[in-house]
Design a protein around this ligand. Structure first.
Ligand code: GAR
Length: 198
């Protein structure tokens, strides 16, 4: 059965687009059912609309510090779309353990470092500052530990002597676009875990 995928973004949505393009392959067991952004002005929303993918904005600011209310609003947005899998793709909000556990074994994230190194933000500059010769990206299942879920795939790129955070990020992003669709393909083809929510 074709799985319905919700892709959560906050910005440019290049990983979202890599997933969307990959899902067009006839033997890909998933389709993009919804793109959700917490940022009204996220460029990725426009890209998704051009692909005729339903989009929704759930603005965290409208809920102040009330993360539960924010996540309830996300839940309401997902509900009518019969979502099977959530892909976090540059989604820059931290989700609560309660939300994540409801989606366990059904939520993926792409992170721009070779986990377990450099969880959190500013990964490329931290790799440069540490003098690392290799940087990269990881696709992992999402668990309640931030950037700590089981790693399903990684790709590495060399750090060049004159790299800035931006040049390194651009080189890592190319690899993100390669490995995230690959992992989603395998993930979507597994027998579906039972739904707790969604
Ligand atoms: C990507 O590099 C992604 O790995 C990173 O944000 C960028 C989003 O780019 N995600 C995180 O840092 C999550 N902690 P995109 O919007 O063009 O896909």
């Amino acid at each position: 059965m074709t799985k319905n995928v919700a892709i959560f973004i906050s910005g440019g949505g290049s990983n979202m687009m890599a997933l969307v393009q990959a899902m067009k392959a006839p033997n890909f067991d998933a389709k993009p059912a919804l793109v959700l952004s917490n940022e009204r002005l996220a460029v990725g929303l426009t890209k998704a609309k051009l692909q005729d993918i339903p989009t929704v904005v759930v603005d965290h600011r409208q809920h102040g510090k009330n993360r539960m209310a924010f996540e309830e609003a996300i839940g309401r947005a997902l509900k009518p779309n019969d979502i099977d899998i959530i892909c976090l793709a540059g989604f820059m909000r931290i989700l609560s353990a309660g939300f994540i556990n409801n989606w366990r074994h059904r939520m993926l994230n792409i992170h721009p470092s070779l986990l377990p190194k450099y969880k959190g933000l500013d990964t490329h500059q931290r790799a440069i500052d540490a003098g690392d010769k290799i940087a990269g990206c990881s696709v992992h299942e999402v668990t309640a530990e931030l950037d700590g879920g089981p790693v399903l795939e990684q790709a590495s790129v060399p750090v060049r002597p004159n790299d800035t955070g931006a040049t390194l990020a651009a080189r890592v992003l190319v690899e993100e676009h390669r490995i995230y669709p690959k992992v989603l393909r395998t993930f979507a083809a597994r027998p579906a875990p039972s739904k707790l929510f969604g």
